[in-house]
Design a binder for this molecule. Structure first.
Ligand SMILES: [Zn+2]
Length: 109
């Protein structure tokens, strides 16, 4: 069996149907109730900016958005503060990458 290498532009944009979205959203709800997630947010830290905002102000963010074929599973969800969450939604994926890079650089400085 051979694997076709897809161009970068299409690799992360598979067709996502309504049924897929529904299923993944239901999975996200379940994941949010899990002991694993409660442990994840217990420290109250945002995965992206590292700010301590308290567990109640963290929401579940899909690293690869559901609409882009991301799934509701442990490897793809992180706790994010409201500011980061909103920022991520308003930016293009490439712009979001740039934002994360500036955060990382700020930490090093
Ligand atoms: Zn944040």
């Amino acid at each position: 069996m051979t694997y076709k290498i897809l161009p970068a532009a299409t690799r992360f944009t598979p067709a996502v149907g309504d049924e897929d979205l529904k299923r993944e959203k239901a999975r996200a709800r379940e994941l949010r109730r899990s002991a694993w997630w409660k442990r994840r947010i217990a420290a109250g830290c945002c995965h992206y900016c590292g700010r301590q905002v308290g567990s109640r102000r963290l929401s579940m963010d899909h690293v690869v958005p559901l609409i882009r074929g991301g799934q509701s599973r442990r490897g793809n969800v992180v706790p994010a503060c409201k500011a980061c969450n909103n920022k991520k939604k308003s930016l293009l994926p490439v712009e979001w990458e740039e934002y994360l890079t500036t955060l990382a650089e700020r930490e090093e400085a």
